[in-house]
Write a new protein. Sequence first.
Length: 273
Amino acid sequence: MSFNDLERGVGAASSNNRLAAVRAPQSPKDTQFLNLQSSLALNVFKINANVQGILKLVDQLGTSRDTGGIRKSLHDLTETTRDMIKRGTDDLKQLAVLQAGLPHQQSLLKKTSHDFQLSLAAFQNAQKLSADRQRTVVEVVKQTAGDGTAGDDTGPASPALQQTQMQIQQLSPHELAYQESLIAEREREIRNIETGILELNEIFGQLGTLVTEQGTMLDNIESNISNVERDTHEADRELVTAADYQRKAGKRAACLMIILIVVVSIVLLAILN
């Protein structure tokens, strides 16, 4: 767009047109759908922010910054995010029900569903990382403290285990004793995380069924559109055929009329003579 266009108000007109489209009257179902979709999109944003917070807290486990406050924050943030995902799953199901009567909102539903599933995957990965970190800390603390239950090496240590070993070795005897006292707490948290991962797997299964239903619904809509297009083409052909017939019939009628006029003219001439 040129500067002259701006001076003539072309840009303003375009903006006004877009604004008018946004403010166009909507049906009650559209309004309900869009409000729920906006709420779910905000929920997805919060889940993603929580996942980043979880990852930052997980990085502090097993270090000198590992305090009761850190572990409580991690536990609370994980539980809060779990609840948000459960609510989001219910909202997405309701959104799919609403969209069944709003075919023009199909693309928005698919995008929202895709974004929500990406958030679920990110949270699941964060939970797995948290559980792995907790297990690694427990294993290294047991080894460092001289507990023989985890002291046998069966192979090369993983990079995560090696990093945690270095961090644990830097702890003072008092800090090491403190970490040892947290083994039972960490093991309980690991079991809690594993339960959460199983719940997420169930949610993924539910969403997979929902996506399949959406695909079937879309196929039905496309099938109906194809049927309408086919019927429209057939109707067009019938109209063309009827028009051709009417045109040919008109020509025949015109010819008969000319012949009739000629015959009558001949008869009149014969009578007059």
